[in-house]
Design a protein around this ligand. Structure first.
Ligand SMILES: *Cc1c(COP(=O)(O)O)cnc(C)c1O
Length: 363
């Protein structure tokens, strides 16, 4: 086994030492003015970084990203809606499952894995009675970043309520909530925020705040109005993952200090560094319009993608992200988020070269 464990998975990711140490401290009692102050600041910083407009609010939900997706859907839509879902992989499919479960009617734009979303896919649904749209800004399962300007324009001209899962895009690609007319933006703790898993955050536009007050939700834990009411005094209705919220505060302050553009620039530079370095390897980029957060790779020499994952793990002490289902042997993914450096990519690329060469020798 070579060197320390490196994690290029897409979440949870490598965390900074200073953020990790906060998680090792005793957990403070949280129904206090001090904690409320921190939560108020968390809300203000999340809204600012997302480019949210006047009247927007943030909801802090203890539950992984999928809980955030479900909370967003059930507080925004009902059986009388007709939604449009972009399904280009596992996370688009998850939105479909949520709607099916809750009896919310929808139509899907089914994209072959790895292909981009185009204006043509959307214009087909002009004037067709669509009332809401669900899209994963970055379909993390294939590495494709969707054209949000096209989504935004479709929703504006058709007066569609727009819910965006930006869980793996936040702090990796530029998000402009107000400019795009996003009503609900879904974030979670374990991607580029590089915090422990277990929390998701919804940023609601003024219109979404209003809508959540009108939709009747058959759920206690997922009822947004309760979170908004307690949030006015910097609190949550139920015990949150207190230490993750303290870590969030430290991380958001750090991002603001260095500048959001610089934070995104760092992720982008790492993605570009890695993509240049893999030239010459029998691997091709799988996504047509790749995000900064992830590079999805497909072996071109007949070797199984899963084989790369297994050998990197067992022989090189490196984690990348395997794919499941139909893409198991076709695609594996390398993340560019979290506390990683160019030197870490040098070690990964060295290992990829060795595995590819062995493959040729054995094949
Ligand atoms: C990671 C991720 C999620 C959240 O998944 P959980 O396992 O529930 O945290 C949702 N959507 C996208 C696009 C993601 O990348």
């Amino acid at each position: 086994m070579q060197g320390e464990r490196l994690n290029f998975a897409v979440g949870p990711v490598m965390m900074q030492e200073g953020i990790r140490s906060i998680g090792g401290e005793q957990i403070p009692y949280f129904r206090t003015p001090e904690f409320s102050g921190i939560m108020k600041e968390n809300e203000a910083l999340l809204r600012e970084i997302s480019g949210a407009g006047e009247g927007s609010r943030a909801v802090f939900l203890t539950g992984s990203g999928t809980a955030g997706m479900e909370m967003a859907v059930v507080n925004s839509f009902c059986r009388g809606d007709k939604l449009l879902i972009v399904n280009g992989g596992g996370f688009g499919e998850r939105f479909e499952k949520i709607c099916r479960l809750h009896g919310i009617p929808f139509e899907s734009i089914l994209l072959p894995p790895g292909t981009p979303l185009t204006e043509g896919h959307l214009s087909r649904y002009d004037n067709s009675g669509i009332t809401g749209m669900l899209v994963n800004m970055h379909e993390t399962s294939t590495g494709v970043l969707y054209d949000m300007e096209a989504v935004s324009s479709f929703c504006r001209r058709n007066h569609v309520f727009l819910v965006v899962d930006a869980i793996s895009a936040f702090l990796a690609d530029q998000i402009r909530m107000e400019r795009w007319g996003v009503d609900v933006l879904i974030l979670s703790s374990q991607k580029a925020l590089a915090l422990p898993p277990g929390m998701s955050f919804l940023i609601l536009s003024g219109r979404a705040v209003e809508r959540a007050g009108q939709v009747s939700v058959k759920s206690l834990y997922f009822s947004i109005p309760d979170y908004l009411k307690d949030g006015e005094r910097g609190q949550t209705p139920y015990t949150p993952a207190v230490s993750v919220l303290l870590q969030l505060n430290a991380r958001l302050r750090q991002v603001m200090e260095g500048g959001v553009e610089n934070e995104i620039g760092r992720v982008q530079a790492l993605a570009e560094y890695f993509r240049e370095k893999i030239e010459g390897l029998p691997l091709r980029m799988f996504a047509a319009s790749p995000s900064n957060a992830v590079t999805a790779l497909s072996p071109t020499d007949g070797m199984s993608a899963y084989h790369y994952f297994e050998r990197l793990d067992s022989e090189y002490n490196i984690w990348v992200c395997p794919n499941g289902g139909q893409l198991r042997d076709k695609v594996f993914r390398v993340g560019h988020i979290g506390d990683i450096s160019e030197k870490d990519y040098d070690r990964l690329v060295g290992a990829l070269h060795k595995i590819a060469e062995d493959g040729i020798r054995n094949g």
